[in-house]
Ligand binder design. Structure first.
Ligand code: NAD
Length: 495
């Protein structure tokens, strides 16, 4: 699939200025304003986006509302919606490489990962929900003879979806797949630094036969477009992936407006815990490195805290450092690259700020710690391992969202659990051990939405992804995701 000559061709292809998709038409911002899209590969202008206004967001919500209320989509038999969504997934798959390269030029993810995790994953997600929707039944309640209780499942209505820049298609499809399959209409707000591929797949949705107004995409600033969606009286459910600060604002906006339900996925500070009895320490080294450094650490479930049992700490860190030394940072369109670009200069500066603080505290920067490949103009950072981190350090408590690994030794299972649970987050975790009882104890005791055992980061559409504590509420993926987009309605009938 990685056709190198095609990648080179696409790398240079002109990207026309992007427009919102509202009510089936690609339109400029209401005041004509645009914003530059800077590629993290070279720091140069790639194209421009419509800089959305509150008026644009409101127009999109109104279009979504009309589309929902007249039943042009929600009123179709589920099997008919399924056909459109399956066709959409096929179109995305046919254009997978073009979409992946466009996405890499926009957000900097390594091409090999981008191809699988972005268009191909999005196509798989859309298929999964398309295939599921005509297999979901209502219920008949176990009542007495004199009455009949029916439980209907109805689409919630208009969904606002605000998504981030690290995996726009994958995360976008986690929201769009179940929302559209359920019959909802959607107003999607992509991140400023990763809007292009979502607009492209929205165009493919139109081609697949999705009626006008069912999927609307409004680009621009979060504080303007995102805020207008969050404040809208006509958005029934808001789904979001991104930072905790924005998540809080969305909850406040809901409280101020129509009490729309708000589902948040807010990242983490996930502990990757290696016991001395791990079945294969070499494998643990490799997987742990990739679990933090792929996509330059810009992964919500990244294993950004490495907890290592003290008896193996020094040897494990030495092996990890050697492994990381061989990781190739650079051009994300080169398939040999293991860690691509940081998404934006702002994110790069944030990453470097964490390292500077750790250094000032006297922590040991084992490898990395600096910006690299500056001559390219792009935003690249060396994979960075920091040892001797205190669990109280900001680096051990706050999400960097960059290629910075905090290493913390521990002496006992009890202490590992205490450190693992010692942050405000609870998204992912991993435990490396050969002891079956310990593995199960840790699964029960770690407060996280997913606990991996003897691996890191694996899962598929069949299992939910969501966090506890300040990592969020609600789940993406699996059939459980439908809970956000389908309301339960009771019919109580006297017989
Ligand atoms: P962010 O939360 O600001 O942006 C995420 C999305 O929210 C974007 O589409 C953005 O336009 C929108 N948004 C921003 N402000 C808004 C507002 N006031 N109202 C409504 N929508 C708004 O995140 P960011 O600035 O792109 O990244 C900051 C940090 O967030 C990162 O460093 C990382 O820690 C975290 N993050 C987490 C994930 C994840 O997968 N959980 C993804 C991206 C970023």
């Amino acid at each position: 699939m990685l056709d190198l000559s095609r990648i080179e061709e696409l790398r240079r292809a002109d990207v026309p200025p992007a427009r919102h998709l509202i009510d089936g038409a690609f339109v400029a911002a209401s005041d004509g304003a645009e914003m530059e899209v800077i590629s993290p590969l070279d720091g140069k202008v790639l194209t421009s986006l419509a800089r959305g206004t509150t008026t644009d967001a409101e127009a999109a919500v109104a279009a979504a509302r009309r589309a929902f209320d007249d039943g042009r989509w929600a009123g179709l038999p589920p099997a008919a919606r399924k056909q459109v969504l399956l066709k959409w997934a096929d179109l995305i798959e046919e254009q997978a490489l073009d979409l992946a390269v466009l996405g890499v030029r926009d957000n900097g993810t390594e091409i090999g990962m981008a191809l699988k995790a972005e268009p191909l994953s999005a196509a798989g997600t859309i298929r999964y929900y398309a295939e599921a929707i005509d297999k979901i039944y209502g219920e008949i309640a176990p009542t007495g003879d004199g009455s009949l209780g029916l439980v209907h499942r109805e689409p919630v209505g208009v969904v606002g979806a605000i998504v981030p820049w690290n995996f726009p298609l994958m995360i976008g499809a986690w929201k769009l797949g179940p929302a559209l399959a359920a019959g909802c209409s959607v107003v999607l707000k992509p991140a400023e630094t990763a809007s292009l591929t979502l607009l492209r797949i929205a165009e493919l949705a139109q081609q697949a036969g999705l009626p006008d107004g069912v999927l609307n995409v409004v680009t621009g600033e979060g504080a303007v477009v995102g805020a207008a969606i969050a404040e809208s009286m006509d958005v029934d459910v808001l789904v979001f992936t991104g930072s905790g600060a924005t998540g809080r604002r969305l909850l406040e906006a809901s409280a101020r407006s129509n009490l729309k339900r708000v589902y948040l996925e807010l990242g983490g500070k996930s502990p990757n815990i290696v016991f001395a009895d791990a079945p294969d320490l070499k494998e643990a080294v490799k997987v742990s490195a990739n679990g933090i450094f792929r996509n330059a650490g810009q992964v919500c479930v990244a294993g950004s805290r490495l907890l290592v049992e003290r008896s193996i700490h020094d040897a494990f860190v030495a092996d990890l450092t050697e492994y990381v030394r061989d990781m190739k940072v650079g051009d994300p369109l080169d398939p040999a690259t293991s860690a691509g670009a940081v998404n934006s200069l702002r994110q790069l500066e944030q990453n470097l700020g964490f390292v500077a603080e750790a250094r000032a505290l006297g922590r040991d920067i084992r490898i990395g710690g600096a910006r690299t490949l500056q001559d390219t103009g792009g935003y690249f950072m060396e994979p960075t391992i920091v040892t001797g981190v205190d669990p109280a350090d900001r680096l051990a408590r706050e999400e960097v969202f960059g290629p910075v690994l905090a290493v913390i030794p521990f002496d006992s299972e009890e202490q590992a659990v205490a450190i693992a649970n010692g942050t405000d987050y609870g998204l992912a975790a991993a435990v490396w051990t050969s002891n079956l009882s310990r593995a199960h104890r840790m699964i029960r005791r770690i407060k996280a939405g997913i606990v991996h055992v003897n691996t890191y980061g694996g899962s598929d559409m069949t299992v939910p992804l969501g966090g506890v504590k300040q990592s969020g509420n609600g789940h993406d993926k699996s059939l459980h995701a439908f809970d956000k987009y389908l309301d339960l309605k009771t019919a109580w009938i006297k017989l």
